[in-house]
Design a protein around this ligand. Structure first.
Ligand SMILES: C[S@@+](CC[C@H](N)C(=O)[O-])C[C@H]1O[C@@H](n2cnc3c(N)ncnc32)[C@H](O)[C@@H]1O
Length: 205
């Protein structure tokens, strides 16, 4: 059937918090009763757009620090007439630690983040104890944190940090567990013969 809804204006799809210096209330970010999914570092948005299309009953927020990428994703979402996708231009750690409402996120995705391979840059990696605590606090009970990387050493780092943190339960994550489209970077890495490893972590109820 032909979709006769008017196209959306891309600027309306950028999520601008009413105040950057306080935590959001649930109702300021998600429509009543709808599960919220966050994609930290959404890049050009292939994963986010496909998820929003596949799950119209869920709300999606991409977080991305580069303005050009934010605009690109908003433009594509407007063209596809998606009403359940917004993009926030902000730093991921700040967003998780200070902005997102507590116990409000159904799934939080961190896919192919920069692995910061040099030892002296490891402190820039997102996965650290404070970040895991922040993710745990914004997830609702039963919510999940999903992480994928092509970088074996970063994967081991994440496994160790998660074990030290101790509050998540690691779940199996077979490829066919649920709809989970490949990201732009995943396709790039796989085209270069690299394989990805993933962690699926549950915040118990
Ligand atoms: C390697 S790309 C991965 C993009 C996408 N997740 C994918 O898998 O195709 C990392 C993305 O995260 C963004 N990014 C990196 N660090 C960030 C941060 N601290 N806060 C927000 N965005 C960040 C980058 O601008 C880039 O778009």
């Amino acid at each position: 059937m032909e979709d006769t809804r008017p196209a959306r204006v891309p600027e309306q799809l950028e999520f601008v918090p009413p105040d950057y210096f306080r935590r959001l209330e649930g109702h300021e970010i998600v429509r009543e009763g709808r599960p919220l999914e966050i994609d930290l570092g959404c890049g050009d948005g292939k994963f986010l757009l496909e998820m929003a299309e596949h799950y119209p009953e869920r709300d999606f927020l991409g977080v991305e620090r580069l303005l050009g990428r934010v605009r690109k994703v908003c433009k594509k979402a407007a063209k596809r007439k998606l009403e359940n996708l917004h993009v926030l231009r902000l730093e991921s750690r700040y967003t998780a630690e200070w902005l997102l409402p507590l116990e409000s996120v159904s799934r939080l995705h961190l896919l192919c983040p920069d692995p910061w391979p040099k030892f002296r840059h490891h402190r820039r990696r997102l996965i650290q104890q404070e970040f895991l605590q922040a993710v745990w606090e914004v997830l609702e009970p039963g919510g999940e944190f999903l992480f994928k990387t092509d970088h074996p050493e970063y994967f081991e780092w994440a496994v160790e940090k998660v074990a030290t943190f101790g509050k998540f339960e690691r779940l199996d994550w077979p490829e066919d567990a649920f709809f989970y489209p490949k990201t732009d970077f995943q396709l790039l890495w796989e085209s270069q013969g690299k394989t990805l490893q993933g962690l699926r972590l549950l915040k118990a109820k």
